[in-house]
Write a protein that binds this ligand. Sequence first.
Ligand code: NAD
Ligand code: LMR
Length: 332
Amino acid sequence: MAEPLRVVVTGAAGQIAYSLLYMIAKGDVFGPDQPLILHLLDIPVMMGVLEGVVMELADCALPLLRDVIPTDDPVVAFTDVSSAFLVGAMPRKQGMERKDLLAANVKIFKVQGEALDKYAKKDVKVLVVGNPANTNALICSKYAPSIPKENFSAMTRLDQNRAQAQIAAKLNVPVGTVSNVIIWGNHSSTQYPDASHAVIDKNGNIEKAVDAIGNEQWLRETFLATVQKRGAAVIAARKMSSAMSAAKAASDHMRDWFLGTKSGKFVSMGVISAGAYGVPKDVIFSFPVIIENRKWKVVEGLPIDDFSRSMLDATGKELCEEREEALQIIQA
Ligand code: NAD
Ligand code: LMR
């Protein structure tokens, strides 16, 4: 069996981590043959709660879980890790946009970037979940100059999963038959959920989702708005932000990064932009990617019509504005 892989989860005493830790520890992310050592970081006041999480992980009797290291010390948390789930951050409340969290959260990602830079493996794969996820990931990467920028990502997989679920419900087909829906841009209400390249697999017969749906207005209005505002709808109903579905999405994202995407399928990830599709450079922008040998590559050459162009421009503009605001907060 392989050597144990060290994986850190921050915000380990919080809502998302409560679902995510079990998914990781039972092998959903790194596969059924990969033993794990989990590093669990939270803030000092949460150490008592974290001890309870550690007890529960032990009580799950999971064969792949070789050790669990709870800590409030970033040095301990980030030393020798190969995979980092950066979840720990304040969630938004009803009526807030995710970018309203910048002031509260962005400095966490500066500190954790510095710690990753010093103590993590140089090939560590970092997934930022804490909001606003794209801009936090950019700042984290900026403060970890010895780690390739390509190793930092932000989570838009929850938006992708939501989009697939909406299309499956509209067509009354199993969600697993829907693929290649794209989330472009920011994990915010300017994101562009794009079904124009999505397909439905009907027992080997591949049909374009737009043809199966046959209603462009639904795609550009109801579908778009439902996915863009789904996080807010969950908060309105639960009085807390999404947790189980966020954990599942984080697990999907890191699994595809480590184990690769299936032939002909692409997934959406917030990654450093080199300007593909004419969007701004040097922001963390969600693109369709394929992954092989733990390296992502943006899917090239997809046609972009006028409607898509305006959506990409709007979300790119917001990311540039967030980047400026984040840098001002950090420098203040
Ligand atoms: P939560 O409040 O339940 O848990 C957050 C945990 O992080 C708490 O235990 C807190 O003590 C801890 N924490 C705070 N500062 C920390 C630090 N500096 N180091 C380590 N731990 C720290 O929140 P949650 O519901 O788990 O959500 C976490 C974050 O994920 C929020 O910012 C939320 O908005 C975001 N989120 C993102 C997505 C996405 O799709 N990208 C989806 C859902 C939630
Ligand atoms: C989500 O999309 O559910 C999360 O980003 C939480 C939120 O604030 O909406």
